[in-house]
Design a protein around this ligand. Structure first.
Ligand code: PEP
Ligand code: MG
Length: 894
């Protein structure tokens, strides 16, 4: 038996025909209104015309099914009843006005059309004036209605109306709409109507039913406007879902002293404190509260002014919070003593508040621990781990770069690493460079923050700063650094060495002068939440750390080992660099070995420090990776120096020495160093380097093992693409380790593994795994080599790509799962096909990015490794990944 289709769903008077689960049929908004009504929330009554009607509308050639208009009339009567018969649609005395809004299953913000104040016409305007006692408001509402309806329904361009308003203002010699009087607005209404008639070739409809039917059809029609179609295509929303149309009574907070309007939160969104929070205005419209024309009152005052309403509001919002089991951000209007809730949604909050609220709600038994873990956006934890700019401070922002490493820092500008070290003894300094290189490391260490004009999110400055937990703004292309003159300029502002600037590495802002910062306090709730995260997490989290200080920090933040120690960073200290240079400049193996012998005890003590700081957790140490010329002075600088020496007739011997250095630098010069003589290629050409580093690692481990300490070194060979490369290095490592252990008289367990950072390595991972006991995906290089994007230069175009949606995200920040991710998957699968128990991790910057961490979990990685400051983020993201896999949804609070 065929039942008659229900096309219209009513909501009001505490009862809705639909429910919150009916998003397909009622759209998101309609389902939400039904759910709120059923939950006893006094939402202004109305009805929803289903998405099915929208599809029929198109099937029938832009006509609605028979009987729909009649059904709407019936439902309008129900709306009038729900309002106590006090307002009626089309009534000239007390007109009921309605909004007509679109609403599909998925939110498509601003893509489809909306009409407000429908029902106003030349007769009902008198009623609105009488009810509100505010002639200006009423005429303003009427002219806005004609504008909106004229544009959305009758196809009159927005500019047409704007032009008329502009002309009137010009004539009246005023600048703002607010300066127009009731009389001016009344005049506008007439002008608008006349213009509509001229453009649309018909009168502006005065019949309220005709208005409603036209608006309904326009909203259905807007489902297929070009904006909506494009939006659906970009967001994978199917075109056959259709939109619902919500017709809802308008309520007014400006109908005298028993009316009001306001906004609020069920808890403080800034601190998370459980307190009723918000503001309101009596005899006002919603816009007045947000527009800042009148200063709103704190919501507590409402208790005195309208005690019954206040009590009801508290009761409703408390219930809403319980119902949705999360903080609610709500809007309300009181119309002649009757409270209406216009909107309630999950409240946005700071990270600090998010953590407190999640932990409090578990104590209140509102949510489970697992839900609490899902409630906090992992990336937002950054806010809790670094000093931030005092929100009360006045700022003169002069430029914006990439937010490369979070936190805020103020200091005097210095332009060289040496100057940074010198000045840092007396003052806080900000190191400003066109870009940084490994030989700036001492300056970066001394500075409070780093600002570079070039480079992307994985440029040297960005990676090192994040590792150090130091604020960094990178790739700030608008600043022009003039190192010679000791200044930089940006948009006409000149900043000289010694001037103060502040950088905000969380937003990329560069601010002139000193700005106060605040240390965010990490409360006990943070620790509690992290403990819960660790309880559900199964994937390990390690840190990238090169020195004991960073390793200790990593432990403090909950790291379970070091996933990457970049040994080259140990070579840049001022007492070591000359020895490293001596090694590089040596012409013979013996010469190199002599220099390496001097480095050996230094490296050994570095490793000992690291092992001790990690207290028995595994430590992955990577053999030397960067091209050697990074340790030498710049070619251009040397050429200059040689020329100057010649000109000044310097002693022959010193010129010869400099020239020899220049010659070697020229020999080592590479056009494409990132793809040049680096990684394992160094240890293959100069095996003595691998031998020395292995010796230092194993000697340190043996010495500690002798004292009964647990040490687990994992020796990692970088940039392997061929099995034979790894085989070669492995042979050297094993032979050296055996020799050391024999000599020391102890045996220790150690692993030999490789980084997978070249596409070829991923493709032949089954072969490589024959030699490797572990893999660590170096996704910085793997991204660089897969895309063919230089990681140091990509900053120049990546923003253009992301802004123009050629790329959705910067692949150096968030792993490109489609491309690079497939190589990771292949590498894991092939690797484990050879060696079932192959330990696999990731140590590229992606190891601290929540979306990438989730990918790593799904791909079966044993651990992720990231900068110490991102360890808590990775822990939380790894926990969430597991919960999501178990079917618990939720994306946290953005
Ligand atoms: C990588 O390439 O992902 C990596 C961790 O190594 P580096 O950043 O030192 O090249
Ligand atoms: Mg690498």
């Amino acid at each position: 038996m065929a039942t008659e289709k229900k096309y219209i769903y009513f909501f009001g008077s505490g009862k809705a025909d639909g429910s919150g689960t009916m998003k397909d049929l009622l759209g998101g908004k309609g389902a939400g209104l039904a759910e709120m009504t059923n939950a006893g929330v006094p939402v202004p009554p109305g009805f929803t015309i289903t998405t099915e009607v929208c599809n029929l509308f198109y099937e029938l050639g832009k006509r609605v099914p028979g009987g729909l208009d009649e059904g709407m009339r019936k439902h309008m009567s129900k709306v009038e009843d729900a309002l106590g018969g006090k307002f009626n649609f089309g009534d000239p005395e007390r007109p009921l006005l309605v909004s007509v809004r679109s609403g599909s299953k998925f939110s498509m913000p601003g893509m489809m059309d909306t009409v407000l104040n429908l029902g106003l016409n030349d007769r009902t305007i008198g009623g609105l004036i009488a009810m509100s006692g505010n002639e200006r408001f009423a005429w303003d509402a009427y002219r806005r209605f004609i504008q909106m309806f004229g544009n959305v329904v009758m196809g009159v361009e927005k500019d047409v109306f704007e032009h008329i308003i502009h002309e009137v203002k010009k004539k009246k010699k005023v600048h703002l709409d607010i300066e127009l009087t009731a009389g001016d607005l009344k005049g506008l209404v007439e002008k608008f109507k006349a213009r509509v008639k001229q453009v649309a070739k018909r009168e502006f409809p005065q019949d309220h039913w005709e208005q409603l039917i036209m608006a309904r059809d326009a909203v259905f029609g807007s489902w297929n406007n070009p904006r909506a179609i494009t939006y659906r295509r970009l967001n994978d929303i199917p075109g056959n879902l259709g939109t619902a149309v919500n017709v809802q009574s308008m309520v007014f907070g400006n109908m005298g002293d028993t009316s009001a309007t306001g906004v609020g939160f069920t808890r403080n969104p800034s601190t998370g404190a459980k307190e009723f929070y918000g503001e309101y205005l009596t005899n006002a419209q919603g816009e007045d509260v947000v527009a800042g024309i009148r200063t709103p009152h704190p919501i507590a005052d409402l208790e005195k002014e309208m005690p019954a309403v206040y009590k009801q509001l508290r009761e409703i919002t408390t219930r809403l919070e319980k119902h949705y089991r999360d903080v609610q951000d709500f809007e309300f209007t009181v119309q002649e003593g009757t409270l209406f809730m216009l909107q309630t949604r999950t409240g946005k909050r700071t990270a600090h508040a998010a953590v407190k609220i999640a932990v409090d709600m578990v104590a209140e038994k509102l949510i489970s621990r697992d839900e609490a873990v899902l409630r906090v956006e992992p990336a937002s934890l950054d806010q809790l781990l670094h000093p931030v700019i005092d929100p009360k401070a006045k700022l003169q922002v002069i430029a914006k770069g990439l937010p490369a490493s979070p936190g805020a820092a103020s200091g005097k500008v210095v332009f060289t690493a040496d100057e940074a070290v010198k000045q840092a003894k007396k003052d806080n300094v900000i190191l400003v460079r066109p870009e940084t290189t490994p030989d700036d490391i001492h300056g970066m260490d001394a500075a409070k923050g780093i600002l570079t004009a070039r480079g992307g999110m994985t440029s040297h400055a960005a990676v090192v700063a994040r590792g150090m937990g130091k604020p960094c703004v990178a790739g700030c292309e608008t600043i022009k650094v003039d190192l010679k003159a000791g200044r930089f300029s940006v948009n006409g502002v000149i900043v000289k060495a010694g001037d103060h600037v502040t950088i905000d590495g969380g937003t990329g802002r560069v601010i002139l002068g000193k700005v106060p910062t605040v240390e965010p306090r990490v409360s006990g709730d943070f620790g509690t939440l992290m403990k819960w995260a660790d309880e559900v997490r199964t994937m390990g989290v390690r840190a990238n750390a090169d020195i004991p200080r960073d390793a200790k920090m990593a432990i403090k933040f909950g790291a379970e080992g070091i996933g990457l120690c970049r040994t080259e960073h140990m070579f840049f200290a001022s007492d070591r660099l000359p020895i490293v240079q001596q090694m590089i400049l040596a012409d013979t193996t013996e010469g190199r070995e002599k220099a390496l012998a001097k480095l050996l005890p230094m490296q050994r003590s570095d490793f000992k420090g690291l092992f001790q700081a990690m207290g028995g957790f595994p430590v992955t140490i990577r053999l030397l990776d960067p091209p050697l010329h990074e340790f030498l002075p710049k070619r251009e600088e040397l050429m200059c120096e040689v020329a100057v020496m010649h000109a000044k007739k310097a002693p022959k011997a010193s010129i010869a020495k400099k020239e020899k250095l220049l010659h070697r630098v020229e020999e080592l010069h590479e056009f494409n160093p990132m793809l040049g003589h680096r990684g394992c290629r160094l240890g293959i050409v100069y095996p003595e380097i691998t031998r020395m580093q292995t010796r230092a690692i194993i000697e340190a481990a043996c010495e500690l093992a002798k004292k009964g300490k647990k040490v687990v070194p994992e020796i990692m060979v970088p940039l392997v693409g061929l099995k034979k490369e790894l085989q070669h290095q492995k042979g050297l490592i094993q032979a050296t380790a055996e020799e050391v252990m024999k000599k020391k008289g102890v045996r220790i367990d150690y692993l030999i593994g490789t980084m997978i950072e070249l596409p070829r390595a991923a493709v032949v991972a089954d072969e490589i795994a024959k030699e490797a006991e572990f893999f660590s995906f170096g996704t910085n290089d793997l991204t660089q080599t897969t895309f063919g994007f230089s990681r140091d230069d990509a900053g120049k175009f990546i923003t253009h790509y992301t802004e123009n949606t050629i790329l959705e995200k910067d692949p150096f920040q968030t792993l490109d799962q489609e491309g690079v991710g497939e190589l990771v998957k292949m590498g894991v699968a092939k690797g484990r096909s050879t060696r079932q128990d192959l330990k696999v991790g990731i140590c590229g910057e992606h190891g601290g990015d929540p979306a990438s961490v989730e990918f790593c979990y799904r791909t079966g990685l044993n651990y992720v490794s990231c900068s110490p400051f991102r360890v808590p983020i990775a822990r939380l993201a790894a926990a969430q990944a597991r919960l999501k896999e178990k079917g618990m949804g939720g994306s946290g609070t953005k």
